[in-house]
Design a protein around this ligand. Structure first.
Ligand code: C5P
Length: 210
């Protein structure tokens, strides 16, 4: 069985020394990749910039921008049985990327942004029978209603609902507390625990359902 996982943040460059990004560490996606390898899956990990070691036994494709991530994901998508989009993709990028470092005295004080592609939404449109597509919803309020809306709008089979309003979990932490929601309205709540142990538990769940 082939498993395709994205992890980490994207970087959207303003010029060669400045970018827009977010605090994603990649820990959840890397833990998922390790768990999937341990379950005997053929794993491809598409990773934004992180400080983490490549998971043994997985093929890793390193990318920086959302558009690079989209290209890598769509190249591998058709062959994948289970696709988990754990990356924190930047929703916007600067409209222009300057080739030279901008001098601070000459920089405009406003940044023009354009929308990045919603990678998961595009994959949801291409999904075929037999493919299981899983997304993440990192929210600071109305966690479950927002997660259910994303599950529906992006044509997902599962979504991992993840409260990122607390310091002891989510972004950068080794710990997390999540609920797994399915398109059939199933809901599974997992205890607060290490991302490694969470990943093992819900990878098993997803595999059973794939
Ligand atoms: O940003 P949002 O809350 O909509 O993210 C939900 C899911 O969509 C996540 O799994 C994320 O990886 C994915 N996403 C994406 N491309 C974007 C924004 C989000 O694939 N531009």
């Amino acid at each position: 069985m082939n498993c395709l996982i994205s992890a980490g943040p994207t970087r959207e460059w303003i010029d060669p020394v400045r970018f827009l990004s977010n605090p994603s560490s990649g820990k959840m996606g890397y833990a998922l990749a390790r768990a999937a390898v341990d379950r005997g899956m053929q794993v491809t990990l598409v990773s934004g910039p992180t400080a983490l070691k490549a998971p043994a036994g997985a093929e890793v494709l390193y990318v920086e921008t959302a558009r690079e991530m989209q290209e890598a994901m769509s190249q591998r998508f058709a062959k994948a049985d289970l696709i988990i989009m754990a990356a924190a993709v930047s929703d916007h990028r600067p409209e222009t990327r300057s080739k030279q470092k901008q001098k601070k005295e000459q920089m405009r004080m406003t940044l023009d942004l354009v929308a990045n592609p919603d990678i998961l939404m595009e994959l949801g449109k291409q999904k075929k029978n037999g493919q299981t597509l899983v997304g993440f919803a990192a929210e600071t309020e109305n966690l479950l209603p927002n997660a259910r809306r994303k599950l529906r709008e992006k044509n997902l089979d599962w979504i991992v609902a993840n409260d990122v309003s607390e310091k002891d979990r989510g972004f950068q932490s080794d710990f997390n507390k999540i609920s797994l929601l399915s398109k059939e309205q199933n809901e599974m709540d997992f205890e607060y625990q290490e991302k490694n142990s969470l990943a093992r538990k819900y990878t098993s769940m997803l595999l059973l359902a794939t």
